[in-house]
Design a binder for this molecule. Sequence first.
Ligand SMILES: *Cc1c(COP(=O)(O)O)cnc(C)c1O
Length: 386
Amino acid sequence: MKKSKDMSFDTKVIHAGEPDPKIEGAVSIPIFQSSTFEYAGQTDYNELKYIRLNNTPNHIALHEKLAALEGAEKALVTSSGMSAITTVLLTFLKSGDHLLAHHTLYGGTADYVKHDLPKYGIEVDFFDAGDPGDWASMVKPNTKVIYVETITNPLIDVLALDAVVALAKDHNLISMIDNTFASPVLFSPIPFGFDISLHSATKYLNGHTDIVAGAIVGNDPHMSEITKKLNHLGGSLDPHACFLMHRGMKTLSLRMERQCENAMAIAQFLDDHPNVIQVNYPGLESSPNHDRAKEFLCGFGAMISFEVEGGIDEADAVMGRLQYPICTASLGGVESLVTRPVQTSHSLLSDAELAEAGISKSLIRYSVGIESADDLIADLKQALDG
Ligand SMILES: *Cc1c(COP(=O)(O)O)cnc(C)c1O
């Protein structure tokens, strides 16, 4: 078998990390439903074979596949995206440290860094997308970590990611990026210069809306430190969920390709519709994020947000008339999903925090699935035309 570094991305999703030789010849890796494995003379606690230590054959295959996909030395799967995020923050931050984070973050992350970290004596400041030249003035002597998302939720912005990496290198900060919305298909944070890439694998990596899982990707020595912390905090992924995630990931490239194509067609349709007052999608040439997305990403993603004429009532009416997208939180599945973020992912934010982040209460977020673009557009047309 060729080494994964010689494979193209589309080949890696199928072949990287697969057991070699195949276990009993099984083409699809079996589920190792065993909490513990026979002692084999290990001298390090973290090397004992045990599900909580994330090192069954199901975990190892996933770790190798994920690391290969993002061009990193190592990867870890976790019990959820939030488990990945909290574990990594707690690995590198301690009482007295300072975290610099972008001001629009996934709702759960935003709430955690704002309300939980300060209880451990960790200071947090938020920077806006504005002028990257201003970010350096926010770095303090105790700043340890800078935290961003590749494509932000729910405004679908793409930051000056090169400036984030440069700032981290200049000030010796650990840079972390939540790469969920881009998926490894669109962006490889580690070769780009980030220290740690994080995923809610619940979304695109698994892609089938049937498990909750997370992933952490990076190089050593960071990954060894994170592994020890994860082994203590206990956010391990169950082998059956590993199996489902592994199966889901095999179609990651195909799904993303179709989802990005569909999203572009839908964004253009929305942009031209008279009842739509704002469309946030970096694929539109008119988007303030277009040039950055083109420079940094291998595609524009499949998340769109938009606002209709008529405020919250009309937004709810449009969502109620949509036939295909299912109205729910979450995203990145094969089926289209739609939500008003202030009701779901961002419901923990106060009015002042929403205003500061520029998130309108009538904003609709559309996670584009793999259905026919023509059907999705016809459906949006009937919903918008009322
Ligand atoms: C969903 C999501 C998370 C949290 O992931 P869970 O798997 O629900 O714990 C974190 N970041 C982003 C960008 C997400 O979309």
